[in-house]
Structures are given as structure tokens and as C-alpha cells.
Design a protein around this ligand. Structure first.
Ligand code: AKB
Length: 320
């Protein structure tokens, strides 16, 4: 594994994952592929960056040939909230884009594909507390439908064609470098920016909406950990449950107030409330723990302290 293409490299997870991969495998060996949004200075200055639309197979093939790619981290996706506003685009990017990646992996005999899934694969009929690895997958969002379909497609490519595809069901991801783009869990990032800038935040979910979340350093460590895991130990492939910690907006607000006592929060739930209500509150990730040694390092308190310290520093430098 030494030439890695990251699709969706300009997005919330892709941007930090790309930097972590460059750190680990060498700057020139990790090609950051974005679509519309220009790459950050950090991405541009640390290695190759290209423009790539994953729905266009020819563009994908050209990048694989040009850079001698043998591994793809396929992070390009339309998330849950935008997916409800633009279901056709969500299907096109999440399914046709993934199909292109898998077909390219099969034809070019790539060593590995990492493709994220999400807690959005679950739905209102799924047990919401400590949601098991094997359970009902009947989501009510287009994003969830594409993620279930994507998991099935990835696992099919493993069994039918021997392509080494691996993936995690990410909870809501909290990160300090790149804002999330159009998810239901985005409030848990926005709240930090508003707490630092204005000491107040209006949340688009109800105060008691408990959701599973995870902090970005755990996401990058866990994703690379799965990619490097011994294949002979894996019984699952593209659908590992992954957990960090769970909280409701009011719990996060209380944690922020320990650092910024004047911080206030109000609530104005919108269409994203129905999406959140269809998702689990906590996740059983014992399969990931048993098969490749996954464990999270951050909890609500340590994540909050780290987020506030990082964003406060950027604010004081005039970069927030
Ligand atoms: C979203 O909110 O859509 C994503 C996810 C949980 O996959 N963050």
C-alpha cells in the first residue's frame, strides 16, 4: 500500500484524514481529490491535489493511471440533510460514485478500498440503545438508503470479486479544521464556532436528542487502523459499527459552559429533527473491538476541551 487516492479530500473527514495519511505514508504518496470546493492551504502545500468528479469514471481511471494508485479512501458523499433536499444527487454521488470506485478497483486490481458507511443505515425500527452490529437496516432517509446499498455493494465486491473493501459506520463526527457539509449531526460542530464567536447558539435539534458522536482524531486513527488490520481476522468488511460517546445538545451545552460560563443555547428544531429521531442513541461496536482492536480515546469532556482550545487559538489569530 503506497499510492493512495482520497476522494472527497476537501470535506470534513477527508481533509484531516488526508493530512494523517500523508504523515504516515509520505506526502507524495497521498493524492487529495476534491470536486467543487478548492483545497485548503494545508492540503495544497502538503502534497498532490487534483479535481475529480467520482460520478465520471474516466476521471477516476485517469487519476489511478497517472499516479499509480493502489488504494482508494472513498470519502466523497452527500450527507443526510442535503440528501433529503436533493435525493437524486445523493443517489448519483453516493451510489454511482461508489460503483465507479469499486469497478475501477476490480479492473485495476487495487490493493484496497476504504469506504465509509454511517449510523444512517439504521432506521426507526432498529433498537436505538446500544444498537447491535447485526440488526434491522431500514432507514427512512435517502442518505441512509444509499449507505445500506453501499454496504451491500461493497460486501458483494469482497465476496464475488475478491476486492478488499473495508468500511465503518461513522457516528456524527466532531472536528476543528473543516466544517461538515450538510449532515444532521453538524450542530455538534457549529456550536463550538458560535460559542467562541458569539457565546450563544440556536440548535436545530431538540435539547434531549441523544446521538452517537466521535471526535476526529479517533476517526482518523480508527479508519487507518481498519485499513491496516490483518485481513484474516476480519469477519465483517464494509459495515463495522463504530462508537465514540453519546450526548444530547443540552449535555454538550453544559460541557461548553464549564469553559465559557456565559454561553447560552436555544432550540429551534427543523426538518433534521425527524432524521435524528430515526437514528440510534448509542452503538455497540464490539465487532470492531474484537476483529481489529478498535477503541476510542476521547469522551465528551476531553473532546470539548480540545475543540475549544484549538478554535480559541484560531480565533485569537484572526483565523476563525
Ligand atoms: C450526517 O449527519 O449526515 C452524518 C452522518 C451521521 O453520517 N454526519
Amino acid at each position: 500500500m503506497n499510492k493512495i487516492l482520497v476522494t472527497g479530500a476537501v470535506g470534513q473527514i477527508g481533509s484531516e484524514l488526508t493530512l494523517a495519511l500523508r504523515e504516515r505514508y509520505g506526502r507524495e504518496n497521498v493524492i487529495a481529490a476534491g470536486h467543487r470546493t478548492p483545497p485548503s492551504d494545508a492540503l495544497l502545500q502538503s502534497g498532490p491535489c487534483i479535481t475529480l468528479d467520482v460520478t465520471q469514471r474516466a476521471q477516476l481511471d485517469a487519476a489511478i493511471v497517472k499516479y499509480g494508485v493502489d488504494t482508494i479512501y472513498h470519502m466523497a458523499a452527500v450527507l443526510s440533510a442535503v440528501g433529503e433536499q436533493k435525493p437524486h444527487v445523493c443517489w448519483d454521488v453516493n451510489i454511482n460514485g461508489l460503483y465507479n470506485v469499486l469497478e475501477a478497483a476490480r479492473e485495476f486490481k487495487l490493493a484496497r478500498v476504504i469506504c465509509p458507511s454511517s449510523i444512517a443505515v439504521f432506521g426507526p425500527e432498529t433498537p436505538r440503545v446500544n444498537t447491535p452490529q447485526e440488526t434491522v437496516l431500514r432507514p427512512t432517509t435517502m442518505y441512509g438508503v444509499t449507505k445500506v446499498t453501499g454496504e451491500l455493494l461493497c460486501n458483494y465486491y469482497v465476496w464475488r470479486f475478491g476486492v478488499d473493501v473495508r468500511g465503518l459506520r461513522y457516528p456524527g463526527v466532531i472536528s476543528s479544521e473543516t466544517l461538515p457539509g450538510g449532515g444532521t449531526t453538524d450542530y455538534a460542530v457549529e456550536i463550538f464556532y458560535e460559542a467562541i464567536r458569539h457565546k450563544k447558539y440556536t440548535c436545530f435539534l431538540r435539547e434531549d436528542t441523544v446521538l452517537p458522536m466521535i471526535y476526529m482524531p479517533d476517526v482518523t486513527r480508527g479508519t487507518i487502523g481498519l485499513a491496516e488490520a490483518d485481513a484474516s481476522r476480519l469477519r465483517h468488511h464494509a459495515d463495522f459499527n463504530m462508537a465514540g460517546f453519546s450526548f444530547a445538545p443540552r449535555d454538550l451545552a453544559a460541557e461548553i459552559r464549564k469553559h465559557i460560563p456565559e454561553f447560552t443555547i436555544s432550540y429551534a428544531p427543523d426538518f433534521r429533527q425527524a432524521i435524528a429521531d430515526s437514528w440510534p442513541m448509542s452503538i455497540d461496536d464490539s465487532a470492531a473491538r474484537e476483529e481489529w482492536g478498535w477503541y476510542p480515546e476521547y469522551d465528551l469532556a476531553t473532546m470539548t476541551a480540545d475543540m475549544l482550545a484549538k478554535l480559541q487559538r484560531r480565533y485569537e489569530e484572526g483565523k476563525l
